[in-house]
Design a protein around this ligand. Sequence first.
Ligand code: HEC
Length: 213
Amino acid sequence: MYTGFLHTHKLVVVLFLLIYLLKAILLLTNKKDTLASFTKKVKIPEMIISVLFLATGGYMLAQLPEIKTLQWVKLAAVFASIPLAVIGFKKYNKALAVTAVLLIVAAYGLAEVAKRRVEKVAVADEVVTNASAANYDALAHGKALFNANCVQCHGQNGDMQKVGAKNLQTSQLSDTEVQNIILNGKNSMPPYSKVLDGSEVDALVQYVKSFRK
Ligand code: HEC
């Protein structure tokens, strides 16, 4: 459900941006008549797109475990862009129209950056994290890492399924596939390749698989 909203949101953002871009090009090249007739033609589609855009965005926002600073900046850019575009295109104000387009592009970029920016939450000191230590327990290491970094979407038992997360109790992925998804992410799942090292990923793979009954 959430992932469906995510894909719809991305699609409508692209359509939204395309309409903005076309209008801006017509305005910048002084094709006012074409701009006026184009604006008329896309009026209804644009209304549908806007509603879908706000509805899918609002739904996803409400589901997020936390809203990061970058996401607030993105929201501000989106909401600043809309009135600027309305005024800019109506009054044939090139500067306003271009600013509106740039703000939407910036919002899109910020969303992508925010998605990729993951921080690792360290585990408690008592947990042995050195995989070559004699008393190392991979499952305990994995559990500690999971509870520090993954519970907000997967839950303590792996079945919370927040923001489209898959149920880890019924997951059927192979070790390599689990490893790949942890490293590279997918949809709302962030990529951890930059913050987790090999032994941490191995420990997580083992722990994630322990949810299976
Ligand atoms: C921001 C939310 C979020 C966080 C944090 C998160 N995940 Fe996920 N995870 C997801 C989503 C969403 C999916 C489903 C991706 C898809 O297939 O569309 C997923 C899928 C997975 C899968 C694949 C399950 C399957 O059967 O397809 C594994 C394994 C997994 N996550 C492990 C982890 C681990 C380990 C961590 C912590 C290091 C973690 N996740 C952190 C959201 C999250």
